[in-house]
Design a protein around this ligand. Sequence first.
Ligand code: FES
Length: 145
Amino acid sequence: MYSDKVMDHFENPRNVGEIENASGTGTVGNAKCGDIMRIYLDIDDDGIIQDCKFKTFGCGAAVATSSMATELVKGKSIQEAMKVTNKAVMEALDGLPPVKVHCSLLAEEAIHAALWDYAQKKGIEIEGLQPPKSDIHEGEEEEEY
Ligand code: FES
């Protein structure tokens, strides 16, 4: 059901933890499954993401996607980090089963929320960045049963 890469990042997640005095932190949850994700970013004066850590109270797919997402944004500029979408993370993990696609949104939204926090603190605007939603389930299409 899961690719080798997903299993690897689930069993050995990279960048778990927190960053003290982070440049930006973002927390998002999905009220539907109850999972929560927090991302910490350390951004230097040139706008480069020097470090990124995460903590999650979430399912295995959320752990694996967050682990991969932190790897993908490290060393990147803010604009490059904006391109780390859930789709890009899933591709880097060789895919996720369809029922688990929503889990990958937690990582993307948490990174955006952390970037938003950073921009607020700095008093800057990041092109294309929307205010974070605390619950990513909000606004999702109602699923039919
Ligand atoms: Fe909630 Fe995966 S089931 S994030």
